[in-house]
Design a binder for this molecule. Structure first.
Ligand code: SAH
Length: 212
């Protein structure tokens, strides 16, 4: 899977893309991540943003710079390329959406991150992007949303999670998890691991997990 990220802050991704499972996926060439910075197309001494038509506070990102960055991406197969533009009022992203992209065999995903008041709306129309939100809150930029999608989509790609981790995915998983010690002594109290998890009884464990 190839990810093309259009952002004016590509460095915001640096450390995240090096760590853990995502870092391993990049090093193992399971995913490829490329950046396209609209700033690179900004004329000397000009700004990347401009005042909004109709008035109001905040600045709007200029369309030409984003379109120039977008047109630098070499789209191999249009039908296998998904174009996503981030907006707090877009369609809500979830795991099912990530799974669908992988199942439908998309090979290229373009993620367009905004800042300030957002990107001039003509970019969405011209690029035919789908507007996606990662939740009902407003962030200062689309970089975190791009990382969220990249992370969630990547872990659906076969081979990105290790054998052990993917096995874990297929079993009934739970948000309540425990590791050693069996009895945790903390500030004079004993905190025990639930008995069922020590029972070795797989059906009972699955049932217990499905209730968590
Ligand atoms: N004025 C805009 C908010 C802009 S927030 C509005 O009311 O819609 C600035 C940028 O951050 C957006 O262009 C988008 O790329 C990103 N962003 C902020 N919150 C987001 C969210 N919940 N989901 C996805 N992108 C978000």
């Amino acid at each position: 899977m190839r990810f093309y990220i259009i952002t004016i802050f590509p460095q915001a991704f640096d450390s995240y893309l090096k760590e853990s499972i995502v870092g391993r996926a990049i090093r193992g060439k399971k995913i490829v991540v490329k950046f396209y910075n609209p700033m690179d197309f900004c004329e000397p001494k000009k700004r990347v943003d401009d005042r909004p038509y109709g008035g109001g506070p905040g600045m709007v990102l200029r369309p030409e710079l984003f379109l120039k960055a977008f047109s630098k991406i070499k789209i191999k197969d249009k039908k296998k390329t998904k174009i996503i533009l981030f907006s707090p009022s877009g369609k809500k992203f979830n795991t099912a959406y990530a799974k669908k992209l992988v199942k439908q065999k998309y090979t290229d995903i373009i993620l367009i991150s905004g800042r300030y008041e957002g990107i001039d709306a003509r970019v969405k129309k011209i690029s035919k992007a789908e507007e996606i939100s990662i939740g009902d809150y407003v962030l200062t930029g689309g970089e975190l949303p791009a990382m969220v999608l990249l992370d969630c989509i990547s872990r659906q790609i076969p081979g990105v999670l290790g054998k052990y981790e993917s096995l874990e995915e297929e079993r009934i998983s739970s948000s309540e998890v425990y590791t050693r010690p069996e009895v945790l002594k903390w500030k004079g109290k004993n905190h025990k691991v639930p008995k069922v998890l020590l029972s070795g009884h797989h059906d009972k464990i699955s049932f217990w997990r499905s209730k968590r």
